[in-house]
Design a protein around this ligand. Structure first.
Ligand code: KIV
Ligand code: ZN
Length: 513
């Protein structure tokens, strides 16, 4: 029978402590609600003694979360435990998570104590925490580097004293999977009362082993995995929970476990966390990266068209994404081009695939990426000039009054005439330019994403802008790079508008042809 793996999320504690700037209460509540919606079993809401703000956030999270268990971290220090319990006191059930270093290194050089003193501190703290709740988790900090004899000794005593969850953290991400799973197996062999507690693991990713170690630990007997969605956390981060969850789902026959997680919420939750925490997800990040389900090479795209299973072990739909279109580039083969034409409703009777593919390769080399409207143009319109400049930026001028009101003046060449606009805004220059260009061109597009990145090259700072907009249910992209960030932003919007106008022109030509 499949056994359940408990998912413990520490985005709001281990994850948050790794951010450049801490989150406010409202932001933490939004994350907690998203975690609850995906049915995370335990949410570590914070470390209440660390600051009044953290204390308040834990209190507020307790008011909002109904289904997940809320947990707070505390050192084996009286005031930490009292404050952690106070922060969660409105709840009937909550967990206190105690931690104390158990490796020789931590005991001697950090805590300046001996093993006996550590044992006494641990028992005293457990007893105090039990006055508030019987749901106590105890972390043997740096367990990955703790001697197995000491680890077995302290765990046996902790369980004897009523600790319900024993956490084995690889605090510094030092172990490798077979070594880490051996620690867990040894505990099952050597700790006589081990069956009276849940064994949890909390792995860090310093050597990139966090997910591998966590999976190896459940195979050896652990039944709770700690980590964060996206993998954020101290230094190189924590176990990326989305990876663990999808590994358990995808390899269910091999692993024989299940989680209660609503997979379809994974992508949405990762987006909420990356936006609120201001961390970007690498494009090749497993499960949630932009390319995680993208097939690029001609051979792979062809294989996918024949049978998705050829190159797909999971479906993007599993994590709540819609079907992902192939990225059409010069690496794409004829099969991908034909497939996209088919998706747009054209059969090979409507166009000449051989000719289309030749033109496609030429344009893909020039342009980088080919969109649906490019394909339509290549297939159906003769001698159409590329990247026609329907709109040209002639002048842009702005004044900022004490960062309050921005006055913007824009002059463009559009529809064979000069057009000008004056606009005042309190929302900053870039919002103003977006609004002004929308108004002056009368094109009803919706900004979906803009990334403004500064790069330092040739002794100068450059602004690189990428923009994504929605127009009539299609997605369009624009970009520009300039030493002037305002110019790059304006020109990237104009670039996307030119793409939209070209698309309109193509549609018109196809209709008339
Ligand atoms: O990495 C670690 O050891 C921790 C503990 C507090 C569980 O974060
Ligand atoms: Zn940690």
């Amino acid at each position: 029978m499949k056994e359940k793996i408990i998912i413990f999320d520490t985005t709001l504690r281990d994850g948050e402590q790794a951010l450049q700037s801490s989150l406010n209460t409202q932001e933490k509540i939004k994350i907690a609600l998203a975690l609850e919606e995906m049915k995370i079993d335990i949410i570590e809401a914070g470390f209440p003694i660390s600051s009044p703000g953290d204390f308040k956030s834990v209190q507020e999270i307790c008011k909002k979360i109904k289904n997940s268990t809320i947990c707070s971290l505390a050192r084996c220090v009286e005031k930490d435990i009292i404050i952690a319990a106070k922060a969660m006191s409105k709840l009937d059930n909550f967990r206190i998570h105690l931690f104390l270093g158990t490796s020789k290194l931590h005991i001697e050089s950090k805590l300046k104590k001996n093993f006996k003193e550590i044992q006494d501190m641990a028992i005293k703290s457990v007893k105090l925490a039990q006055k508030y709740t019987d749901d106590i988790e105890f972390s043997c900090e740096d367990a990955g580097r703790t001697s197995i004899d000491d680890l077995c000794k302290i765990i046996e005593i902790l369980i004897k004293n009523g600790v319900k969850t024993i956490n084995i953290p690889d605090t510094v991400g030092y172990t490798v999977p077979n070594e880490f799973s051996k620690i867990i197996s040894e505990l099952y062999i050597r700790v006589p009362n081990i069956d009276q507690a849940i064994i949890s693991v909390h792995c860090h990713n310093d050597l990139g082993m966090a997910v591998g170690n966590s999976i190896s630990a459940i195979q050896a007997g652990a039944r709770q995995i700690e980590g964060t969605i996206t993998g954020i956390g101290e230094r190189a981060g924590n176990t990326a929970l989305e990876e663990v969850i999808m590994a358990i789902k995808t390899r269910k026959k091999m692993l024989n476990f299940f989680t209660d997680i609503k997979y379809k919420k994974i992508y949405k939750t990762s987006k909420i966390i990356s936006n609120i925490c201001n961390i970007s997800i690498p494009i090749n990040k497993s499960i949630i990266g932009k390319n995680a389900f993208a097939h690029s090479s001609g051979i792979h795209q062809d294989g996918i068209i024949k049978n998705r299973k050829n190159y797909e072990i999971m479906s993007p739909k599993d994590i709540g994404l819609k079907k992902i279109k192939f990225n059409l580039t010069s690496r794409s083969g004829r099969a991908a081009v034909k497939n996209r034409m088919q998706e747009m409703g054209y059969t090979e009777k409507d166009y000449d695939l051989k000719k289309l593919y030749q033109k496609f390769l030429k344009l893909a080399d020039e342009k980088g990426q080919i969109f649906d409207y490019d394909l339509q143009m290549l297939a159906f319109i003769k001698n159409n000039s590329f990247k026609k400049k329907y709109i040209i930026l002639k002048k842009i001028f702005f004044t900022v009054q004490s960062f309050q009101t921005t006055n913007i003046y824009i002059k463009i060449f559009y529809n064979n005439q000069i057009k000008k606009i004056n606009l005042s805004t309190k929302n900053g220059i870039i919002n103003g330019i977006y609004k002004a260009l929308k108004k002056i061109t009368n094109i009803n597009f919706l900004l979906k994403k803009i990334t403004i990145e500064s790069i330092y090259k040739e002794n100068k700072i450059w602004g690189k802008v990428n923009i994504v907009v929605k127009y009539k249910n299609e997605i369009f992209y624009g970009k520009n790079i300039s030493k002037d960030i305002i110019k790059a932003s304006s020109k990237s919007i104009i670039d996307v508008l030119n793409n939209i106008l070209q698309y309109n022109q193509i549609k018109k030509n196809i209709k008339n042809s």
